[in-house]
Structures are given as C-alpha cells and as structure tokens.
Ligand binder design. Structure first.
Ligand code: DGL
Length: 275
C-alpha cells in the first residue's frame, strides 16, 4: 500500500481507466470531496481499450482489478472509463463485494437538456457500438436523433496533451467536421463526451464546434454518486498528503505524465507490472 494511502484515515477511492481519461472524473471527485484519499490507476500496459475485443477486455480488467485491489485496498471503486463500464460492470459487480461506480454515456441528461431533440455522441469506437449504449438511447432518448461518432484518435490526442506535447488542432477539427457532416448536425444542441479522455479536450473541442452546442459528460454525476455512497463519512479537511497514481507498465510515456499528474493532485507515481 502506498504511503499516501496509509497516511490518511479518510475514505479511499480507486479511480480506474485505461489511461489519463479518468483524471477528468478524479478531478470532479476531488473537487466535491477534498478529504478523500484517491488512488488513480491507469492500465497503460493495455491502452487503448476502445479498439480491443470484448472477451480480451473483460479478461484484462479482471486481472488488473484483482491485482490493484490487492495492492491498494479501497472503500469504493470507480471505473472511470465508458469503454470498460459499458462492458464489464455486471461481471465486476458479481465478483467483487465493494461498491462499484461505473461511468456510462450521459444520454439521459443530454436528452433532458436538448431542445431540438438532436444530440451528438462522441465516444470510442467500442462504446458507440455497445448494446449497452443502444439500450441507454432506447430507454432515455427514444424521442431524440442521436448522431454518433467513434474515435480513438481523440483518446491519443488527450494523452499527448497531458504529456505536454503540442496537440494538433487540425486533427481535432477533422474529427468535429466528421460529426458536423451529418444531415441533422445543424440542429444538434448537446454533445455527449462519452469517453473520459474527451473532457480533457473540452476547450479544444468547443473551439472547433458551433457555440450553440453544449458539451456534457458524466464526471460531476459520478462525484455525486461517490458522495452518496460514502454517506457522510467524508470530512471537510482537505487531504494534504496528496494522492497516488499507479501505472500497470513503466514506460517513458507514463513518466512524461508525472508533471500533469501533479496538477491533478497525484503527488506519487507508482508502477506495478501487469503482463
Ligand atoms: N477513457 C476511456 C473511456 O472512457 C477509453 C479510452 C481508451 O480507448 O482506452 O472510454
């Protein structure tokens, strides 16, 4: 167990993603619950998840989760990845006894918010194609037209941004142009960022989309859910010991993320090798 985790008696939360995307969720949790002790886990050894087959992803998340929970015992697990949540939640919940919060596309709030009834869905190719996502649309947005686009390129661009590399605005413009090619795009007034990497590029995305389109994600709702599950166990004193980031593979790319991790409150970086 990390020193930071041991040092604090506050509730401990493991926030998990394939890469840096879950930091957009960790940020919301720490803003709402500054006294918690957070372990941020990136399965960079198997990144990206959005292009992986279902069976291999279920098996991988299983292995990684067992190891992480063994090394970092926590009170709540947050699967801060739409690609993993829309596939592995039932399996994880049947196997693990701790509370698990998953991140799924914010279709329901988008449908409520939209005045035109045309909403966009930007996610990984895997999330866009999941039965879980179709079911969310069928249940919560039956009256809406949903313009979907799956992209892995934006996931890579978010990683580059957090490594401090110059990001290519042209690539982002190319992706948003694909979305806007749809015949109903002119009516789209809400765009769901259904990959946790994408809120890390919110300013860049907003700059290349019409101003009338509101970008929404699930981060704040997840933080509220975590607060609810902790049922008043959280104090008001900010946790000044800092939080921990853990990677499943030691790579030069992961090491270049360390300055950005500091800005999110992760002052320790640890590496556990998971093959
Ligand atoms: N951040 C993840 C999500 O929310 C996926 C990124 C990946 O493809 O690994 O879907």
């Amino acid at each position: 167990m990390s020193n930071a985790t041991q040092a604090s008696n506050s509730p401990r939360i493991l926030v998990f993603d394939s890469g840096v995307g879950g930091l957009s969720v960790a940020r919301e949790i720490l803003q709402r619950l500054p006294s918690v002790s957070l372990v941020y886990a990136s399965d960079n050894g198997f990144f990206p998840y959005g292009t992986k087959g279902e069976a291999e992803l279920i098996a991988r998340v299983d292995v990684v989760m067992s190891r992480l929970l063994q090394e970092y015992p926590v009170d709540i697990l947050v699967i801060a990845c739409n690609t993993a949540s829309t596939l592995t939640l039932p399996h994880l919940r049947s196997r693990l006894s701790l509370p698990i919060v998953g991140v799924v596309p914010a279709i329901k709030p988008a449908a409520k918010l939209s005045k035109t009834g045309v909403i966009g869905l930007l996610a990984t190719p895997a999330t866009v194609a999941r039965p879980y996502t179709y079911e969310l649309i069928r249940e919560y947005a039956p009256q809406c037209d949903v313009i979907s686009l799956g992209t892995s390129e934006l996931v890579q661009i978010a990683e580059q941004k957090l490594r401090g590399e110059t990001i290519d605005d042209q690539s982002i413009a190319h992706i948003t142009a694909q979305l806007m090619q749809h015949e109903q795009a002119a009516q789209m007034d809400v765009l769901v960022l259904a990959c946790t990497h994408f809120p890390l590029l919110k300013a860049e995305l907003a700059a290349s989309l019409p101003a009338a389109i509101q970008l929404i994600d699930s981060g704040e709702a997840i933080a509220r859910r975590v607060e609810y599950l902790l049922e008043g166990r959280v104090g008001n004193t900010p946790n000044n010991t800092g939080h921990t980031a853990v990677f499943t593979k030691k790579t030069p790319e992961a090491e270049r993320l360390i300055p950005a991790l500091h800005t999110f409150g992760m002052h320790t970086a640890e590496f556990i090798d998971i093959e």
